[in-house]
Design a protein around this ligand. Sequence first.
Ligand SMILES: Cc1cc2nc3c(=O)[nH]c(=O)nc-3n(C[C@H](O)[C@H](O)[C@H](O)COP(=O)(O)OP(=O)(O)OC[C@H]3O[C@@H](n4cnc5c(N)ncnc54)[C@H](O)[C@@H]3O)c2cc1C
Length: 287
Amino acid sequence: MSKSLGNYMEIITARATDADVRSRSQDGGIVSAAFIYGIENGILDGSIVASAPDKHNPSPVVAITKEDILKARGTKYSISPNVALLKSAVREHGLEKVGFVGTPCQLVALRKAIKYPLGFRHVGDKVGLIIGIFCMENFNYQSMKILIEEYANVSMDDVLKTDIGKGKLWVYKKDGSEPITVPLKETHIFEQKSCHVCTDYTSELADFSTGSVGSPDGWSTVIIRTKRGKEFIDKMIADGKLETQPADLEGKGGIPLLEKLSNGKKEKSLDTIRIREENGLPVPKLL
Ligand SMILES: Cc1cc2nc3c(=O)[nH]c(=O)nc-3n(C[C@H](O)[C@H](O)[C@H](O)COP(=O)(O)OP(=O)(O)OC[C@H]3O[C@@H](n4cnc5c(N)ncnc54)[C@H](O)[C@@H]3O)c2cc1C
């Protein structure tokens, strides 16, 4: 347990052992490796992931094969309303054990829907695994398009991958040239306003959460929070699907950095919430 990272059982640094899974994943390929493992071992029938043919403007899809999951690898810095597809995944696609990946705000919605299943009966109990991704902020598609085309001067068609880290937005091109960067001080104005009242950086309501911060490049930090999450990760490790190393609990770029960023988001958003309340504006209600 840590005040800044929410409830958890264990933190590890990990990456998928399958180089093919890792090759186009955002960080250590934890999310894709987990969903593939779930399907191949009968733990999940399928998963809701965010697919975007152009790497941006994602929409949720029900992935039931390894290929579906691999197609949806990688972070899209735009909104993919994954919770909206859950009812259909159960009622139309007939999934009994659904994997779910989402941002912290989406997990609040999902946990609320499971706890108070108004219009959501017999759906919540079909959720077999909840993976949360770390998230400081998100953008709408038009904003991301402006940042990529006008600030980074890259055509959307040429983008291989985008990433946010080390104080910059990174735009990687398909031609393999050096990535173009945009300082985050120029991207802040484009952030979704709702992110500024969100106090969760590390997806505290997940079975396990993952992101790059706190681990070396190409590896992921994994915060294991529930018994279900721990059993799942332990099985993946035992079956050789994840390689691990102890999390860096002391180093400046390790878990202390994750805690610092998480605390920073909480403090900043609580300030914004207080100001909004003083002005009679609506603020989010957590569970
Ligand atoms: C908006 C946003 C902000 C982020 N900010 C941070 C941050 O500040 N620090 C940090 O360490 N990590 C951050 N992450 C998480 C990070 O970029 C990776 O998504 C995470 O480490 C998982 O990588 P992976 O290699 O394990 O996943 P992969 O194997 O690449 O799979 C990623 C999964 O996430 C799904 N996905 C992609 N985009 C979205 C989306 N917009 N909404 C819902 N699901 C999606 C994909 O469909 C795929 O299933 C952010 C992610 C997003 C979406």
